[in-house]
Ligand binder design. Structure first.
Ligand code: PLP
Length: 355
């Protein structure tokens, strides 16, 4: 740290992204990417959009918002497009948290929430999940603040039902609930339609997981128009041209060919079931993941041993150096061939450890 680094960021601990190896031929199951490339229609739309790169992009993302609004049966004014969903999350911390409204979120959830709290200088409180990693909504009763819930949650993969989300919204009408639906297409029920019923709900979505566009950086927030105006105020004060023209063109084409994405989601879900069964046969226990990853542990195999063993065999998975989940590993669901290789290598590691 140079002597010029602002004191206000002394406690900052930047987010550590999953490894993105270059060159080596590794099987990447560490950042929940989609094993399928985007639709060919996305490719053609991007090629066309390149011709207009000498002009600034539409800061309003009008065509993209209209396309999404039609698909999700909401109004374009209820949408704000961002550079990945990480950006809308960051805006939400900036817009809706302060000394009187601390950020509240589970102790085991998306690691970026603590990072945003720190960089945006807002107080935060982590609420422990139960022993079985489910959320106890009673723990949030009477707490003032803006709640951030990933649903399904990461890295646990567990879903919170719509009825519980409704109850939470109703019990705290003066506080905002942000529901991060990064994995919702893989399981659980979306609360998008609820933005018409509750003015304290912000739903966050990404194109990175179920729509095969992680490298494009595209996400959005959906909420009542008043909340969107507030968020937009912050966006225009930060980065008015946050979603480039290639991303806007790709996003439109991607949504217009959503059958392609949803067919891939179905394939991933069945590969998830196949992998879960094989890992159970090897003695693993796991949460009931409704996402494109499995969260697993083994009684006789330390999490670190599995992680390193797979790494040596050219397979990358994710480990978290967090107290409660030391022995757990998060494994993204890749292609069927990748998962066959994972199961084979895991069996080998177990045998080498004499299990
Ligand atoms: C992957 C992920 C995101 C971030 O997605 P981007 O749109 O790629 O920024 C947000 N929240 C959760 C819970 C995620 O797992």
């Amino acid at each position: 740290m140079s002597r010029f680094f602002s004191k206000k960021f002394r406690d900052l601990e930047a987010y550590v992204p999953g490894e993105q190896p270059r060159g080596q031929k590794l099987i990447k199951l560490n950042t929940n990417e989609n094993p399928f490339p985007p639709s060919p229609k996305v490719w053609r739309a991007v090629e066309e959009a390149v011709k207009g790169l000498n002009f600034y992009n539409d800061p309003e993302c009008r065509e993209l918002r209209e396309t999404l609004a039609e698909k999700f049966e909401i109004s374009p004014e209820e949408l704000l497009m961002t550079n990945g969903s990480d950006e809308i999350l960051n805006f939400a911390f900036m817009t809706f948290c302060d000394g009187d409204h601390p950020a509240l979120f589970p102790d085991l959830t998306y690691g970026f929430y603590t990072v945003f709290s720190r960089v945006d200088q807002v107080p935060f409180r982590e609420i422990p999940l139960r022993e079985d990693m489910t959320i106890n909504l009673e723990d949030y009763r009477g707490l003032r603040g803006t709640i951030f819930l990933a649903n399904p949650n990461a890295p646990t993969g567990l879903v919170l039902g719509l009825e519980k989300i409704r109850k939470l919204l109703e019990s705290r009408p003066e506080d905002i609930l942000v529901v991060d639906e990064a994995y919702i297409d893989f399981g659980g029920e979306t609360c998008l339609p609820l933005i018409h019923e509750y003015d304290n709900l912000l739903v966050v979505r990404t194109f990175s997981k179920s729509r095969s566009l992680a490298g494009l950086r595209l996400g959005f927030g959906a909420a009542n128009t008043e909340l969107i105006k507030d968020l937009k105020n912050i966006q225009y004060s930060t980065n008015p041209y946050n979603v480039d023209s290639l991303a806007q063109a790709a996003g439109c084409a991607c949504i217009r060919d959503d059958e392609y994405n949803m067919a891939n989601v179905e394939t991933i879900k069945s590969t998830r079931a196949w992998t879960a069964e094989k890992l159970r046969e090897l003695g693993f226990e796991m949460t009931d993941s409704q996402t494109n990853f499995l969260f697993v542990r083994h009684d006789d195999l330390p999490g670190d041993t599995l992680y390193r063993g797979l790494r040596e065999r050219g397979i990358l998975i994710r480990r978290f150096d967090v107290p409660r989940i030391q022995n757990w590993n998060r494994i993204s669901v890749g292609s069927r061939e990748d998962m066959e290789e994972l199961v084979r290598a895991t069996g080998e590691i177990l045998r080498a450890a004499g299990r």
